[in-house]
Ligand binder design. Structure first.
Ligand SMILES: NC(=O)C1=CN([C@@H]2O[C@H](COP(=O)(O)OP(=O)(O)OC[C@H]3O[C@@H](n4cnc5c(N)ncnc54)[C@H](O)[C@@H]3O)[C@@H](O)[C@H]2O)C=CC1
Ligand SMILES: O=C(O)[C@@H]1CCC=N1
Length: 271
């Protein structure tokens, strides 16, 4: 199976909200014809309605891929809408947090090839990262196909085991929200030091964006990049004394936050 198969046989999306749209925009940008895309979503967004994809239409007979992007809590209600695709011909890719592969096997049949994937919203600008793992029915070619689709919206990593998915979800699936909150709070702290709100926000956004890109592209690791900013007994050192405090600083706070997200992912396994 290759991208031409997907274009020829069709790609079905069950749910196309924030994450589904972020992925779909990447696929359309990378050349998937809109006429090959069939969306099932009772509340299509205005953006979706202008993309030229089929919405609520009859599904093709044996689409190449079905992407499941509804909320885990809606899964039991929504999944039966695509149970006809559980004939082994269609590769099912779920991006739902928490929902285990076994849930899809129970509804779609144990012969269905299922890839569980965890993308993130920077996919909308081709800068996502997606972790993926498949069940035993996913052939090497089908896994390559899933990876090719997800590579068009950013980087991909293959997991050794589905057990890693809760931690992955807590780090990179939810992670963009932590970074956006860092931007919000850095800007607010700048305001508290007397900066106008718009200037504080511009400084915070550009700092996080630039530091993120430097961390990804530099030869130095993030620890060395941090050291490079930190003059002995200078301003950064004063701030890091607060942020790196073992009781109240980032390490403990982020560990608690990531643990809470992973625990919630495990709870969502039950819908
Ligand atoms: N938002 C994010 O950053 C990420 C979300 N995810 C996963 O993606 C999935 C979707 O999340 P979002 O896009 O954020 O939620 P969302 O609420 O924006 O999108 C869900 C979509 O499903 C539709 N829907 C509701 N009932 C349906 C039904 N019965 N049949 C078909 N469609 C139905 C809704 O109208 C909506 O457009 C979730 O399972 C979430 O865990 C995964 C990674 C990141
Ligand atoms: O918050 C959530 O449950 C989803 C999964 C990862 C990001 N958003």
């Amino acid at each position: 199976m290759n991208m031409n198969d997907v274009a020829a046989r069709g790609l079905v999306m069950l749910g196309c909200g924030k994450m589904g749209s972020a992925m779909l925009s990447g696929w359309l940008r990378s050349g998937l014809p809109p006429s090959s895309v069939y969306v099932i979503d009772p509340y299509p967004s205005d953006w979706l309605k202008t993309q030229g994809v089929h919405i609520g239409a009859d599904l093709p007979e044996h689409p190449a891929v079905a992407v499941i992007a509804v909320k885990p809590q809606m899964m039991a209600e929504a999944l039966p809408d695509v149970d006809a695709l559980g004939d082994g011909e269609t590769l099912v890719i779920s991006v739902a947090a928490g929902t285990p592969i076994a849930t899809f096997e129970n509804v779609l049949g144990s012969k269905t090839p299922i890839v569980r994937a965890m993308p993130n919203t920077p996919a909308a600008i081709g800068r996502g990262i997606t972790a993926l793992v498949g069940n035993g029915n996913v052939s090497a070619g089908a896994m390559d196909m899933a990876e090719a689709l997800l590579l068009s919206i950013g980087q991909c990593v293959r997991l050794e085991s589905e057990d890693q998915m809760d931690a992955v979800t807590a780090v990179s699936g939810s992670g963009p929200a932590y970074v956006f909150h860092l931007i919000e709070t850095l800007a607010a702290a700048g305001e508290a030091e007397g900066l106008p709100p718009a200037l504080a926000m511009d400084l915070a956004k550009a700092t996080v964006g630039g530091a993120g890109e430097l961390a990804e592209t530099a030869d130095d690791d993030p620890t060395q990049l941090r050291i490079n900013v930190t003059s002995p007994n200078g301003t950064t050192q004063a701030a890091l004394d607060v942020l790196m405090d073992t009781e109240t600083g980032f390490p403990r706070l982020l560990q608690r936050a990531v643990a809470a997200a992973a625990a919630r992912s495990r709870e969502l396994a039950n819908g």
